[in-house]
Design a protein around this ligand. Sequence first.
Ligand SMILES: Cc1ncc(C[n+]2csc(CCOP(=O)(O)OP(=O)(O)O)c2C)c(N)n1
Length: 374
Amino acid sequence: MSITREYAEHRRPEPTRVRLLDDDGSLRPDVDFTISDDELLAIYEDMRLARRFDERAVSLQRQGRISTYAPLRGHEAAQVASAHALGDDDWCYPTYRDHAAKYVRGMDLATLLKALRGHGDGYRVAEGVNVMPEYIPIATQIPQAVGAAWAARLEGRDDVVLCYLGDGATSEGDFHEGLNFAGVFDTPTVFLCTNNQWAISVPRERQTASETLAQKAHAYGFEGVQVDGTDPLAVYEVTRMAVEKAREPTGEERRPTLVEAVTYRQGAHSTADDPSVYRDGVPEEWRDRDPLDRYETYLREEGLLDDDRVEAIEARAGETVADAVERAEAAEDDPGAMFEHVYAEPTPDLERQRAELDRLRERYGDEAFTEGPR
Ligand SMILES: Cc1ncc(C[n+]2csc(CCOP(=O)(O)OP(=O)(O)O)c2C)c(N)n1
């Protein structure tokens, strides 16, 4: 065989993107899946709730009632369906955008909002809820998720860790270190990379020259699967299979997986961002690819949804969000708590700032600190 031919054969095959639903919401020919009707509806209901929560959160931020918020529009299928594919004892390591995944895994929406209102307990791991506080420094969750998964096996437990990350995180050293370790030690970790095409203002093509993000897993010795991140059926099935592979009881076949869920960040990076500075709206090809609309069309065609059911689900989502906002705003917190839990011994600077806060509290009362502008 000539060297030229050998070289040519060395090239990778074309990457594929797993999809179960077509763009028009119909099931693609010859696909089968394992999801029960109840689960299909639960996923829809959680996606609806995610959309409602997201809209409300942006509005609350605009009114000064929560701090900077990272919208999730366009991410509903990737977050909700992947979180649904986990078992009860599995863990989730979310980023600052994965609000819906956290909710599906049992986190109270009011607690989520409390974190955005500066309450310390919004960042606590709640009893019985296997969700870590959100990670804001990019990719730092990855080595921690790998370590936690490894620890679970060393302790003889069989829980799996689902680690969320964005496309931007794949350029960080923590990504390499975490995935390399996972591949060498076969830690029970599933990496769910939501490729929303942007890392603030950096587009996907400036992030990496790799054809897909999924293929980066091959270099670490395990599978990378690209999936349509606006198709909840595909996300669910791919994540479920990855979780099964990670949980494999004998340990002999156990492997981590990198799942790349391809979608588009429909909104701003955060409420502090103005995307019109670096992009001209949402491109045509993505504008019509709303994960909710498409999934709803499918469920209606299957006879699982009709107008009455959609209306009831909408109403429930509205009530759940309203109740969470009310409870989050009624919660009391000590503004002085912000000085705790950072240093064992407070620094002179912190002492000075705490004294200043005490002085202001004395003068204006605590309402001045706990009430945002209306
Ligand atoms: C270590 C680190 N560097 C820089 C930042 C600033 N930063 C905040 S969000 C972000 C973009 C991350 O993009 P991506 O991982 O694709 O996630 P997305 O926000 O799109 O969900 C950056 C660079 C940070 N938070 N942490």
